[in-house]
Design a protein around this ligand. Structure first.
Ligand SMILES: O=C(O)CCC(=O)C(=O)O
Length: 252
């Protein structure tokens, strides 16, 4: 059976630890943007998890997660569409959704310190991160930067689970601007970071994360673990979005 990716794309992913795919979104960009608008308006507390940050322009939504049970469009898009199919081709076996989030990075929103995702993903070995650009992601509004070819092992971390200053200095970093509707697949060990949104336009992105079917359906266990961790106090002065301390936003 032939897949959606060709050999050049598969080799690029294996060699660099990331792959940009311009087609295979699985829905229209307009529908995706409309659904993200809707989700951002869901009430503050619910089974889903909204997270806020303080910006120079006031309190803003920073992230929503655990929304696929309440959004049929997102559920279809992330569990049975081409995105999960491509994820399966990169994982080498059918992909299961491990978790999902929208990072809004609205105007004035903060960036993310250099990190690998793997330390934030408990209970799983083989795992793949995906960024679907809902809006254009540019140098000005905080696109991702990656360090290519460093997805073999965990690198030295600091006390927050992000990359140590020594490692950050040693790595080469390249920006990966995306047009709305494009998708970036990256290995959970690929070092990445992003700056704040210093522009006048929002930079929303959808991030599904997948694991291979051989490790089982871990999504419910992931959110149980996360809620338990978040029940404890966070570090004063910091907003906690993740099981590592990568987010650089201010508490709202
Ligand atoms: O959305 C971004 O700018 C980066 C997000 C990121 O690295 C993360 O959520 O782990």
């Amino acid at each position: 059976m032939t897949g959606l990716l060709d050999d050049v794309q598969l080799d690029h992913y294996r060699c660099h630890g990331w792959l940009l795919v311009k087609n295979h979104l699985g829905t229209s960009l307009e529908l995706l943007q409309h659904e993200v608008d809707q989700i951002s308006r869901w009430q503050e507390s619910g089974e889903w998890m909204h997270h806020y940050e303080m910006t120079d322009f006031g309190r803003k939504l920073a992230r929503t997660e655990n929304f696929t049970p309440y959004s049929p469009l997102m559920n279809d898009l992330l569990t049975s569409g081409p995105i999960s199919e491509v994820a399966g081709e990169l994982l080498g076996e059918p992909a299961l959704l491990y978790k999902e989030k929208i990072n809004y990075k609205l105007v004035g929103g903060a960036g993310f310190a250099p990190h690998q995702d793997k330390p934030a993903y408990p209970m799983v070995e083989s795992v793949l991160s995906v960024m679907v650009a809902v809006d254009d992601a540019t140098l000005e509004n905080g696109c991702l930067y990656v360090s290519s070819g460093h997805h073999e092992r965990l690198l030295e971390q600091d006390e927050r689970g992000c990359l140590s200053a020594r490692v950050v200095d040693e790595l080469d970093w390249s920006p990966l601007p995306l047009r709305a509707g494009e998708t970036l697949y990256f290995h959970a060990l690929t070092p990445h970071r992003s700056g704040p949104n210093l522009s006048r336009v929002n930079r929303r992105a959808l991030y599904p994360t997948y694991n291979g079917v051989s490790e089982g359906d871990l999504r419910a266990a992931y959110y149980r673990t996360k809620r338990a961790a978040f029940a404890h106090e966070s570090e004063p002065g910091r907003v906690r979005l993740s099981l590592i301390g990568d987010f650089e936003g201010r508490p709202a």
